[in-house]
Design a protein around this ligand. Structure first.
Ligand code: AMP
Ligand code: ZN
Length: 466
């Protein structure tokens, strides 16, 4: 049974979606005003793994991620780059999609944009006013937090600490937050019953999530910084509007840190995804990102990335050594080693699922895969022979489970991979005719292309170093 840590209750709970085997999942997407950094990658790679795993467990998942394309940061940056907010958002949305594609994050089903839902937001705000949860003041509209009894139930902060960051004499209570903001000079604006202006940030997620997924979502996610005020305010607005429970499971990822501080644009301690992928492979970055449980903070460092790369290379060796094992016709295999491997395969499968079912414990799941890889490597490096079909099963399982974590991204099926196989066959022939000068030259030249070649007792394998 899949269990999730629900930030609403502060407990790990059985995951039971509202509708049997259907999951409605909404993740707060980026504010598209700049390049994404690897703090963002942590959040989106984690939710990508969650999405992949829910599908693997047989759920029919609808996954929505919004794009925030109107807020103070967008407006400021559009001025700086001399672009309209639409041009700016288009530019950084495209870059965000490019980064996510490189990281092989599966696409959400839909990426609604705030500026395309302004009339829906105005309608929602009108109803909140009619129901007595919001009030107009000097061209602004605020949500009156006193009117919503459960305000603070997600962040569980004392009521006095639930302070909104924007102070204004137009508010009845400093805790009230803006649903609609009166137009300021040089800012984009829309017409509304309260005059020209633009929506506040929080209302977009309430409106877009319920528009595409219905009043109650199964999972709503984001980074821990979104718990308050963003998600607290989303709950207040949406539940006041619909009268129903908004989200069944609230999930928040911990921060990616640099010197123990949150990686962020404002602290200027960030590395963009693009920068990191110039030096590291997407598999390397993903393997690093899953090596800590998603709720815990994790430190970004070259050393930690190197460690992940070492883990990955052992997987590559195991995958390569066991690839196409079924093509080998060798009946002279060890029965006891085969039995042991068979047991390990079953054990790996069930332990991987147990680990992932336990609130997506990716580091533990990874360690089970490492055990299987270690065993494959031990067998192949000693030149021992197991039943080829069982070795093939071990290969398939490693590949399948690693693919849920998204750490093995390329299957060796492309033409260039086949060409490397062919070059290595020629090298093998050179070795057989004792032309070691040629065989070493081939290996060295492949090394220069960052392709590692390893001679095992029964076969030669290769993998990409980065
Ligand atoms: P933003 O575009 O800043 O709203 O961030 C988009 C998502 O990335 C939000 O869910 C943030 O909580 C998350 N995020 C931003 N920085 C980090 C970080 N350093 N570590 C983990 N998640 C982050
Ligand atoms: Zn949001």
């Amino acid at each position: 049974m899949l269990k999730l840590f629900n930030d609403l209750t502060g407990k790990k709970e059985d995951f039971v979606p509202l509708e049997k085997s259907k999951v409605k999942m909404y993740v707060c997407g980026p504010t598209v005003y700049d390049f994404s950094h690897i703090g963002h990658a942590r959040s989106y790679v984690f939710f990508d793994i969650m999405y992949r795993y829910l599908k693997f467990r047989g759920f029919d998942v609808t996954y929505i991620q919004n794009l925030t394309d109107i807020d103070d940061k967008i407006i400021k940056r559009a001025h700086e780059e001399n672009l309209t907010i639409y041009e700016l958002a288009d530019k950084y949305t495209e870059l965000y999609f490019r980064d996510m594609k490189k990281l092989r994050a599966l696409s959400a089903d839909y990426f609604p944009r705030a500026t395309q839902h302004i009339p829906d937001m105005i309608e929602a705000i009108k109803i909140l006013i009619q129901k007595g949860f919001a009030y107009e003041s000097n061209g602004n509209v605020y949500f009156a937090v006193d009117s919503f009894q459960d305000y603070g139930k997600l962040s569980r902060k004392p009521f006095e600490e639930l302070i909104d960051s924007e102070d204004s004499p137009d508010k009845r209570n400093p805790k009230d937050f803006a649903l609609w903001k009166r137009k300021k000079e040089d800012e984009p604006f829309w017409e509304s019953p309260w005059g020209l202006g633009r929506p506040g940030w929080h209302i977009e997620c309430s409106v877009m999530s319920t528009k595409y997924l219905g009043s109650t979502l199964d999972i709503h996610g984001g980074g821990q910084d979104l718990v308050f005020p963003h998600h607290e305010n989303e709950i207040a607005q949406t539940e006041a509007y619909t009268g129903k429970k908004f989200v069944r499971y609230w999930i928040h990822n911990g921060f990616l840190t640099v010197n123990k501080e949150k990686m962020s644009k404002s602290l200027k301690n960030f590395f963009t995804i693009q920068e990191v992928l110039e030096k590291r492979s997407p598999e390397n970055l993903r393997c690093f990102l899953i090596s800590t449980h998603y709720r815990k903070p994790m430190e970004f460092s070259d050393e930690n990335l190197d460690h992940a790369q070492n883990v990955l290379e052992k997987f590559f060796v195991a995958l390569e050594a066991s690839r196409n094992a079924h093509l080998i016709d060798n009946k002279d295999y060890s029965k006891s080693l085969t039995e042991d491997l068979k047991k390990l395969i079953q054990q790996t499968q069930s332990e991987f699922i147990l680990a992932m079912d336990d609130d997506f414990n990716t580091p533990l799941a990874l360690s089970h895969l490492q055990t299987l890889a270690r065993e494959i490597n031990k067998i192949t490096q000693k030149g021992e022979i197991v039943n080829p079909e069982i070795m093939e099963q071990a290969h398939k399982l490693l590949w399948e489970l690693g693919s849920i974590l998204g750490i093995f991204l390329e299957n060796k099926e492309g033409i260039s991979d086949k060409l490397v196989d062919l070059i290595l066959t020629i090298r093998q022939e050179a070795r057989q005719s004792k032309d070691y000068a040629l065989s070493d030259k081939i290996r060295d030249e492949l090394n220069k292309l960052n392709l590692e070649v390893k001679d095992l007792p029964n076969k030669t394998i290769w993998y990409k170093k980065i």
